[in-house]
Design a protein around this ligand. Structure first.
Ligand code: PMP
Length: 359
């Protein structure tokens, strides 16, 4: 049995993959797959609309928000956001919580007059932490505040939604659908699909419609939120298979009981792993407990010279993709919605045994 801890592209729910496998040669009795029919056909449109409706139901997305199925994964939104919801003369605020916020900030600087970094992660006795909002250097009249609630590489999370007057933009690539969320607090939520939604190269954008009037003239039409909203995300040919698979993942989450059930499972998995790390001096996690991610858990071995041996033995046990990101080193276990509790248990059992035998 393989347990796949990849940060992304990540594991997908087995029932979804089995259904897709079955339907690959015959979708809805048509004798062809969903990839081989027109995106303008009534059958495809019905599937696409159902996927949107299921996502709206799962996240309780208010009617004044557009739901867009876009191209180009998470990073395409780093440039789409400023071009769509800030004028070229605007100032935009960015919270720096790690790798992905920094890349998003750099990209935004190409399209607006000024990018202001409101705060960065700091060190504390209990590990790296995100400074409290009261200390942020917010710009009055900023076009928006961008932040990444879950930093996939660093394993740092902001669990409270910032309270700011500017529209809030959130890169939820690695945390969407993992916990319940009040969408009405946000101007834009976007997510690359390859963690909790489906295949890579695909993205979901949830945007409050009153923000759609400000797009810059130069924004590439495929990336234009207003055009894609009017065209129901079919201005050009969408990634039809990714949309279908995302729809199947949404159905799976619904059948499992919805986002609250995912949240309870995700918290249980994270608790199990952090307890293992905290209770065993052989391991450490360097993030302040209040900013620990429930999705991506980086950890270090007390003896880094054993890293390769740890990874080798883990693989032999079917525990794959535990190598930490090259910027952080050590290990990282990513446990998105599709990771069952048994997967985390198997990891914790292995970690306990490895620590015991390599003291
Ligand atoms: N944002 C976050 C939080 C991510 O984790 C990632 C990818 N791991 C990205 C953006 C970039 O996504 P993509 O590779 O789809 O462009």
């Amino acid at each position: 049995m393989t347990h796949n801890f990849s940060a992304g592209p990540a594991m997908l729910p087995a029932p979804v993959l089995k259904k897709a496998q079955k339907e690959l040669l015959d979708w809805q009795g048509r004798g062809v797959s969903v990839m081989e029919i027109s995106h303008r056909s009534p059958a495809y449109i019905a599937m696409a609309e159902q996927a949107e409706q299921d996502l709206r139901d799962l996240m309780s997305i208010p009617d004044n928000y557009a739901v867009l199925f876009m191209h180009g994964g998470g990073r395409s939104q780093f440039s789409a956001v400023p071009q769509n919801i800030a004028g070229a003369d605007a100032t935009v605020d960015y919270l720096d919580t790690g790798n992905w916020s920094q890349i998003a900030e750099k990209e935004a600087a190409k399209y607006v007059a000024r990018v202001n970094r409101v705060a960065s992660v700091t060190d504390s006795e209990q590990g790296k932490m995100i400074p409290p909002q009261a200390s942020w250097n917010l710009t009055p009249g900023a076009a928006y505040l961008h932040y990444c609630p879950n930093e996939t590489v660093d394993g740092i999370a902001l669990h409270e939604i910032p309270e700011v007057s500017a529209p809030l933009v959130a890169d939820m690539s690695s945390v969407i659908l993992a916990e319940s969320l009040d969408v009405s607090k946000f101007g834009v939520i976007y997510a690359g699909a390859q963690k909790n939604i489906g295949p890579s190269g695909f993205a979901v954008v949830i945007v409050r419609r009153d923000l759609l009037a400000t797009q810059q003239n130069s924004v590439c039409t495929v990336m234009n939120y207003q055009v894609q909203d009017t065209e129901k995300s079919m201005y050009n040919t969408p990634n039809t298979f990714a949309w279908y698979l995302a729809g199947e993942v949404f159905k799976w989450i619904k059948a499992e009981g919805g986002v609250q059930v995912m949240q309870a499972r995700n918290h249980a998995k994270a608790k199990l792993l952090y307890e293992c790390i905290d209770n065993n001096p052989f391991y450490k996690n360097q993030i302040h407990p209040q900013n620990r991610s429930i999705m991506n858990v980086p950890f270090q071995l007390l003896k880094p010279e054993l890293d390769n041996e740890f990874l080798k033995q883990a693989e032999q046990r079917g525990l794959m993709a535990l190598k930490g990101h090259r910027f952080v080193g050590g290990m990282r276990a990513s446990m998105y919605n599709a990771m069952p509790l048994e997967g985390t248990r198997a990891l914790v059992d292995f970690m306990t045994e490895f620590a015991r035998t390599h003291k």
